[in-house]
Design a protein around this ligand. Structure first.
Ligand code: IPE
Ligand code: IPE
Ligand code: MG
Length: 247
């Protein structure tokens, strides 16, 4: 897609700060191509690489990708194992690319519940890229929105007991500090591929006012052009946050 300078300025001015994506449809993509489900996940990883690259180029601040939910442990063991291996491979292969493109890599979720080898790769790449100040890439792994809220409460209680946080002082902003996404802006644009009209336990607290964009495109088929389409649709929306139009 080509933009002249004026359009480019408009595009930049109203760019979502944080884009969150539910990368769904790898299994259906595989079935459609008469391939094994894991091949769908492999194709999904390739699609993710492209989206990370284009978000960096566009100057998006934060990209959160839902890669593995707490509920996904309920899949057949062989698929879970294959997903974990693919994840490890992706992080290892992409590490240098992320460094080179000034991407700050992070992960959100119950990371301690992931296989040790995945955790090692994760922390290695997080360490390698922590000094970068470009796109923040957040990978949601063993992530659940409800468990994130429970974890936040668990982290908060000791502070209340110690007296460093007073119950009367607890407000939404303070609560935010205990979430995995502490310090990050809330998602402005939440994309879900492959047509399902649900959140599947993704960023429940943070998405309170996210603009939703759901496409029937299966994740492995999702290209930077589709992302531009979603951003363009986002830019035409009026975000009212409960107020009246034009207020
Ligand atoms: C999304 O694709 C990837 C993960 C949840 C890990 P799916 O594997 O859910 O694909 P469908 O929904 O079966 O098509
Ligand atoms: C959501 O997709 C989780 C990820 C994309 C990682 P699912 O395929 O697991 O969601 P449901 O089961 O259809 O709600
Ligand atoms: Mg799915």
């Amino acid at each position: 897609m080509q933009y002249d300078n004026e359009n480019d300025a408009i595009l930049k001015a109203r760019l979502p700060r944080h884009i969150a994506i539910i990368m769904d449809g790898n299994g259906r993509w595989a079935r459609r191509h008469r391939l094994h489900r894991i091949e769908g996940h492999r194709a999904g990883a390739a699609a993710a690489k492209e989206i990370v690259r284009v978000c960096g180029k566009l100057g998006i601040q934060v990209l959160t990708l839902y890669a593995f939910s707490i509920e996904n442990w309920g899949r057949p063991k062989a698929e879970v194992n294959a997903l974990m291996m693919l994840l490890e491979e992706y992080i290892q292969k992409e590490a240098q690319e992320l460094v080179a493109h000034n991407v700050q890599f992070r992960a959100i979720g119950r990371l301690q519940g992931l296989p040790a080898s995945v955790q090692e790769r994760l922390y290695e790449t997080i360490g390698l890229t922590q000094g970068n100040n470009g796109l923040i890439l957040n990978l949601a792994l063993n992530y659940g929105g409800r468990s994130e809220i429970v974890d936040a409460v668990q982290a908060m209680i000791p502070e209340i007991q110690r007296g460093s946080l007073k119950v009367e002082e607890l407000d939404e902003e303070t609560f935010d500090r205990f979430l995995y996404t502490a310090g990050l802006p809330d998602p402005d644009l939440l994309i879900r591929t492959s047509g399902e009209m649900r959140l599947s336990n993704f960023l429940l607290w943070q998405s309170a006012y996210a603009e939703l964009w759901i496409t029937p495109i299966l994740w492995p088929d999702f290209t930077p052009e589709h992302l531009m389409e979603a951003i363009a649709a986002y830019q035409k929306r009026e975000r009212r946050f409960g107020r009246t139009s034009g207020e």
